[in-house]
Structure formats: structure tokens, C-alpha cells
Design a protein around this ligand. Sequence first.
Ligand code: FMN
Length: 446
Amino acid sequence: MMNTEQRTFHLGAYFTGSGVQGDSWRHPQVDTDAYTDYSKYISYAQKLEAAKFDAVFFYDNVFSASDSETVARSPQAPRWEPIVLLSALAVTTRRIGLVASVSTSYNEPYNVARKFAALDHLSKGRAGWNVVTSTGGGENFNLSGHMDHAKRYERAHEFVDVVTGLWDSWADDAFLRNKQTGQWADPAKLHLLNHDGEFFKVKGPLNAPRPLQGWPVLSQAGSSESGKDLAARIGEMLYTAAQDKQDAQHFFADVKARAALLGRPAGSIKILPGVMPVIGRTQSEAEDKFDQLLETRDVDVVLQSLSSYASLGIDLTSLGFDDEVPLPAMIPETNSHKSRQQLLVNWIRKERPTVRQLYTKWSAGGHRILVGTAQSIADDFEEWFHDKACDGFNIMFSSTPGGLDDFVGLVVPELQKRQLFRKEYAGSTLREHLGLPFKKNQFFNS
Ligand SMILES: Cc1cc2nc3c(=O)[nH]c(=O)nc-3n(C[C@H](O)[C@H](O)[C@H](O)COP(=O)(O)O)c2cc1C
């Protein structure tokens, strides 16, 4: 792998547990039954492993839209529970990292610590937890609505401290299992957490051995101010959305500077912006593929979800397709996804787009879309990596399996030819793929 100030390039694959990315489910190259037919995910994960991807990642939330229009026409529900799905992938793959979003707002830390410890052992050290505060779901967890944004992040900090404290309940060599002496474990190698904080009271110990990686890799994907603070404190692999290189460079420098203030070196955080490549053997073939993708989308469904997602108080479906998108004088404050609203507002201010341009540009949920050949996409990736806009990318396939096959068949060999991306895995754990050290126990030296 090419060495640029010891930096290495990483690739993650973004999935939703429904098997459909975005709203393109009527595209001929999209599997529509992956939400129950698990063999589809085995096939995707094995192809990505053969292409030496660092990890597969599963987006998740604990709610689903229930209005008739969305239910009738959008593939938002149902989807797999991600830890269950990853447990199955752990035994049908051997090297690729397995990352799932799990909410800190609508879970208890003990349950989460236990599940990820088990996944890390099942996969022999390939687990990663994307720490999310969630974009909604309170009404499914004894609340009348979504927990407040600031409170969600305060809770997230404490939640992660409890989970990581529980992972460190036992020294790595606590379990002696000595049949001769009859000693199962060494009590001196047990740490009782006895946590008593603002949100959680947890005694410990965890009823699971220490994870194989010490801690599973901690991933994070919130880019609001509070999101970046959390990322700087605990994040090791960051997912983010950026429309242009300057924004990505700013995010990259900002988070790594915040981390440096906390004593964390730049290399301890890997930043992977999301990107949706649409790949052709020629530029015009790629453009045709993108047109076909847009044609299979339901414009009203996309505009409706974009309207609620943007939280600007504007119903985009009520405007003409060639009308300019208006921005309200005062941007309403959202309790959901602050950074994505900001990204959208900044882009609308800068570009003054029509509804059609917004629909086209934002058809990957705010992530960048690259329409081109393997060469032009590799040029772009190289430039972003060398200009410190990223440490790699989280790939959102334009369709599965079609877009995935294009990427592993055309772009990965081009990246390998340029010596930007690995041809073989050097290690076996997700930490090793990412160049992150084994996590030492905070309570024991061994
Ligand atoms: C690539 C990517 C994946 C994400 N995955 C999830 C997810 O699975 N579940 C979720 O609730 N939020 C997800 N988010 C959003 C954030 O994690 C975040 O917790 C939340 O929406 C608040 O964001 P904010 O800090 O930007 O306001 C994702 C963001 C990105 C960029």
C-alpha cells in the first residue's frame, strides 16, 4: 500500500438492512428481497471481502414511517436487526470488518456492551459499533417523541463510557480454566465498574469476556458541533457527508484538531465520507446509468422524504420541478439531523438550485454522487486522499448487486493498480485493517 505520511487508504461499504439503497428499488439491478433472503447479504459481503474492503456497515434506526404514501411506495420498512445480521455474516466471511449502528438513545449500555463483545468473539475480532444518537424513535421507547438533541449527546458520552468500562470488566487473562487446581477465574483480574452517573447506574461486571480487539472499533457519524465533539473524544472510524472537497478538508482538520486537544493523534481517527459512484466503461455510459437510476425513482416519494429530512418547513412536492428552491428567512431548528440540514442549506444558498437539480444532486441522501469511469473515480479518490479530505470512502452502491459489481470489478482494480488500495489483508481484525492498535484495558496492565 502506498505510504503518504504513513497514511493508508480505506474502503467501507454502506448498507441498509432493507437491501435497498435510497429509493431506487425499481431499478432492474436491485434485489428487493434481501430484507428476508439473507443469502443476498452473504453474497455482497463475500464479494466485498474478495475485493479487500475494510468493512461492511449497516445503517439502522428504531422506527419506521407509517403514513400511507410512504408505506405504499417507499422501501423503508422492513429491515434486518443489524447485530443479528452481522452475527450471521461473522460465520460466512473471514476477514472483512462488521460494523452496525446501534442507538445510545434507545438502548441500555449493558445490553449493547454484551452484544458487541459477543460479535467480536464470533467474528474473531472484526466488530465495530457505529455510535448513533438516532434520528427519531422515542415514541417506541416510552417517550412522546424524539429525545432532545443536546440531551441525546450528553447521554451518548456517558453511554460510551459505561460500555467501554464494561468491556474492561475482566483482564484479558482473567479466565484461568485450570482443571487441575479447580480455579476458573482470577478474582484479582475483575474490575467492578460501579458507575453512578447522570443517566446510568451500572454495577458490572459484564457477563462476557473482554472483546478480542480489546474494544470493538468505535465508529461515529454525527457532524453537528456536539457530534464532532463526541467523534473527537471516542470516534475511531468516522462516517460523514460532504458535497465538496473544501468542506471535507474542513471537517477532516476540525475533528482531528479537536482530537489533538484531547491528546489523540491524527492517525487514531479514520474519516470516510460517503460517496455514491455510478460507473461506466465510458463517461457517456456512466451518465446513461445515472439517468436510468433517476428514472426508476418515484419523484414524489423522494421529494417528500427530502422535505421532511431537510426540516425547512417547505413541501418540495408543491413546487414546480423547474422552480428555484426557496429558503425561509429563518431556518427552523431541527431536533433530528442537524449537520445534514446545515449541509443542505449551505448547498442551496451557494447553488440556488431548481427542485430538479436538488432532486438529482441529493438522490444519495446528501452524499456525493460521482458519475464516471473507473479512472475518473480513482483520480477523484486519490485527490481527496492526498489533499487530506479523507482517509478513504464509505461506498454507497447505486444498486445492489449491480452497482456493487461495477465497483469491485472496475474501480477496486484501478485503485490497486495505482497502489492506493491493498491487494491483500495484512491483518485479521478490523483494528488491524484500519491500522488501529489493540485497545489496552484501562483497569489492568495485561
Ligand atoms: C454514513 C452515515 C451513516 C449514518 N448512520 C446512521 C444510522 O445508522 N442511524 C442513525 O440514527 N443515524 C445515522 N447517521 C446520522 C448520525 O449518526 C447522527 O447520530 C444523528 O443523526 C445526529 O446527527 P447530528 O449530530 O449531525 O445532528 C449516519 C450519518 C452518516 C453520515
